[in-house]
Design a protein around this ligand. Structure first.
Ligand code: FIX
Ligand code: ZN
Length: 428
């Protein structure tokens, strides 16, 4: 029972919530990051940060440089063009541009420089190992989950070279080619000596499972994952449905790992932008409900790309306790939308969700993506708690700590079967 003298005063609430949210370590459940041992796969530093594909898309709206001219530049030449257009000639108002400013300021660098000379000198003074520690400490991140694509030649070579992977860089095994481009995936799996065929059969499915088992043994992934187009339908008469039923679900059951679906992409609407050329579409959440209903013993992680799908995802999660909504993905990772989605999740699901993931591709991004996410989540949480206090509920700080720790790491650790983190704070 909460003693009244432990109760947080309404006037103190915003400060207490911000303090607890800031102090609570995050388990970042979806990133594209790699540990330093992975060499060139580990992206960090100002030239990578400014070349984020979000900023490349924004660059073309503020420059007469054509994509052909842009892509002909070196990485640093591209960064110089982006810096001049988005940070010198214009104010860094967008979330991705404001994020770069947050990173520079938190590193003690000047975000108003006319060029990238100062920033480049700073990064040249660091090793990637030093910088990794610094970023994880500034961002207060305990663990990250990577995106590991066995069909990516560079990644395959790294794992075959037995790259050292620290435990806090957890692995996720991506299934995109298998589920979105079976023709290409079948050829790649066959080339590795597995007996697959374009025409699916129970024997072919067994061979694909054997391929996955080999990668699961190598990576020890915390979940299997796929990014699905907004047109995703389950069931349907494409190879995808059969591969989900005969390969993915049995593999998740056997290895007791969740299946993560990231739904809503409209791939390459503008190929000239390369990685920045994807868009989104409204997805069918009935397909998610059917998968959850058919497989009560399998845990699903789901994030959707359309803002208009978020409410239905919350309702589906109320119907299926094996469905875990996570993150405000990609085009949704903007403070105004993060606040909206987090508010409807708290109202419909309480603290039973994973409110955010960073999707960071460049190590530095952890600093801004989590600073901005914590600010948005704190605002929404404080509003929820203030309604309770206004109704006369005596809210204690340790309850806030418990709730935030659950959303920032506890829910995910439980979902993927990892031991609970030792809480060194928030019990105050
Ligand atoms: O499929 C994914 O993991 C997406 O997050 C990426 O493809 C996307 O480009 C991205 O990084 C969004 O933030
Ligand atoms: Zn991603």
């Amino acid at each position: 029972m909460i003693q009244v003298d432990e109760a947080v005063a309404a006037a103190e609430l915003q400060r207490v919530v911000e303090e607890v949210v800031s102090q609570t370590p995050v388990f970042d459940v979806h990133t594209h990051l790699y540990p330093p041992a992975f060499g060139k796969l580990c992206l960090w530093g100002i030239d990578e940060l400014v070349n984020y594909h979000y900023l490349i898309a924004e660059f073309f709206r503020s420059s007469s440089v054509t994509p052909e001219e842009f892509w002909a530049q070196s990485k640093s030449g591209q960064a110089d063009l982006i810096w001049d257009a988005l940070f010198v000639k214009n104010s860094p108002l967008s979330e991705a541009a404001a994020g770069v400013v947050t990173v520079l300021i938190k590193l003690g660098l000047d975000p108003c420089q006319p060029n990238l000379k100062q920033a480049r000198e700073y990064f040249a003074s660091l090793t990637v190992e030093q910088y990794t520690e610094r970023v994880l400490e500034i961002a207060n991140i305990s663990d990250v989950v990577m995106t590991n694509d066995p069909f990516n030649p560079a990644e395959k070579a790294a794992w075959e070279g037995h790259s050292d992977c620290p435990e806090r860089f957890h692995r996720a095994l991506r299934m995109d080619p298998i589920l979105n481009d079976w023709e290409a995936a079948h050829a790649a799996i066959s080339a590795e000596g597995f007996h697959t065929h374009l025409q699916l059969s129970p024997q072919i499915s067994d061979e694909v499972r054997r391929f996955l088992d080999k990668w699961i043994a190598r990576l020890r992934p915390v979940y299997l994952a796929v990014s699905l187009p907004y047109t995703f339908k389950y069931p349907d008469d494409t190879p995808r449905t059969r591969l989900i039923q005969e390969v993915v679900i049995p593999t998740c059951r056997e290895h007791r790992i969740p299946f993560a679906m990231m739904i809503g992409v409209s791939r390459q609407v503008n190929p000239a932008l390369h990685e920045a050329g994807d868009s989104l579409g409204f997805a069918d959440l009935g397909s998610v409900e059917r998968l959850c209903a058919e497989n009560p013993g399998v845990r699903f992680l789901v994030t959707v790309l359309s803002r208009e799908n978020q409410h239905a995802l919350c309702v589906a999660a109320r119907k299926f306790s094996n469905l875990m909504p996570f993150g405000c993905w990609w085009f949704l990772n903007n403070p105004s939308i993060v606040e909206e989605i987090t508010a409807e999740r708290l109202e419909l699901l309480g603290a039973t969700v994973i409110p955010q993931h960073s999707d960071a591709r460049i190590l530095d991004q952890l600093i801004y993506k989590w600073a901005h996410a914590r600010r948005a989540i704190s605002r929404v949480l404080a509003a929820s708690y203030s309604r309770l206090i206004a109704d006369g509920y005596p809210l204690a700080r340790k309850q806030i700590g418990r709730d935030v720790a659950r959303m920032f790491s506890g829910n995910f650790r439980q979902w993927v079967g990892l031991p609970a983190a030792k809480s060194k704070l928030n019990s105050a």
